[in-house]
Write a protein that binds this ligand. Structure first.
Ligand SMILES: Nc1ncnc2c1ncn2[C@@H]1O[C@H](COP(=O)(O)OP(=O)(O)OP(=O)(O)O)[C@@H](O)[C@H]1O
Length: 251
């Protein structure tokens, strides 16, 4: 069964059509990168997958759950199975890295938590293991806002893993990082996807990163899917064609 099944998806914002008849199927363990010019609909597509946007037409099924027709409770349960990694990390800067990672498990416990010791020992160990996995176990008790951008994104990924997601959506996860840190974060996403059989759908701006790290590339141009191929079958020029601007007067 596909993890993501999108059929003829259309999303309009007023008169603006952000997605126009998009079909997409993503199988378990695939790492798919969405590419396209700014405004081509990449983030909108990610947001339709976890129900952050209502759809204007078509069907979206994720982890066997219809998203476009889901009730609020069904959406809440579905979102607890989907990890989301953002460009801006969204860590709580004054909290330690360990506490930030622990908050990823909030959906698995009942009631509020204040401070590291309010979490059970097994969860604390699990959070430490996740920090270790992203290479930052030695920073567990350091304030998150004292870490570099690349390190903060790795903590954010560890936090998402605490959620035990079955699907990971990443919206420009390396957009604010330098090339070296971008490579570290992409390496990490690929490794986690392979080790856990985790399905990842990620938007990226950098063609070379996408070609180097993705299993499959999906290109959007003005809300239309114009490319959907295995990365190994593509060269740079073919991918760059996704970025060809469309002259509105030429149509
Ligand atoms: N909440 C919104 N309200 C109105 N229009 C929106 C909204 N979100 C996106 N859009 C519009 O939908 C289109 C697609 O935007 P989207 O953010 O999905 O593009 P993108 O490919 O992710 O761009 P970027 O690479 O800059 O993040 C754009 O024209 C954008 O202005």
């Amino acid at each position: 069964m596909a993890v993501v099944e999108v059929r003829d998806l259309t999303k309009r914002f007023g008169a603006n059509t952000a997605l126009n008849g998009v079909d997409l199927e993503v199988g378990r363990g695939e790492l798919v990168v969405l590419l396209g010019l700014s405004g081509s609909g990449k983030s909108t597509l990610l947001r339709c997958l976890n129900g952050l946007h209502d759809v204007s037409g078509g069907e979206v099924t994720v982890l066997g759950q219809r998203v476009d027709t889901a009730r609020r409770g069904e959406l809440r349960r579905l979102r607890s199975r989907i990890g989301f990694v953002f460009q801006q990390f969204n860590l709580v800067g004054r909290l330690s890295c360990l506490e930030n990672v622990l908050t990823g498990a909030l959906g698995r416990v009942t009631g509020p938590r204040y401070g590291v010791l309010s979490w059970s020992r097994p969860l604390r160990q699990e959070a430490l293991d996740q920090l270790d996995r992203v290479g930052l176990a030695d920073r567990a008790f350091q304030r998150a806002d004292t870490l570099s951008g690349g390190e903060q994104q790795r903590v954010a990924i560890a936090r998402t893993l605490m959620q035990r997601p079955e699907l990971l959506l990443a919206d420009e996860p390396v957009a604010s990082l330098d090339p070296e840190n971008s490579a570290v974060v992409m390496d990490l996403l690929v490794r986690i996807s392979r080790e856990d059989g985790l399905t990842v759908v990620c938007t990226l701006h950098q063609v070379d990163l996408a070609l180097g790290w993705a299993g499959r590339l999906v290109g959007l141009r003005q809300g239309v899917k114009v490319l959907d191929r295995s990365a190994g079958d593509l060269d740079r020029d073919q991918v760059m064609d996704v970025y060809r601007r469309v002259d509105p007067d030429a149509a």
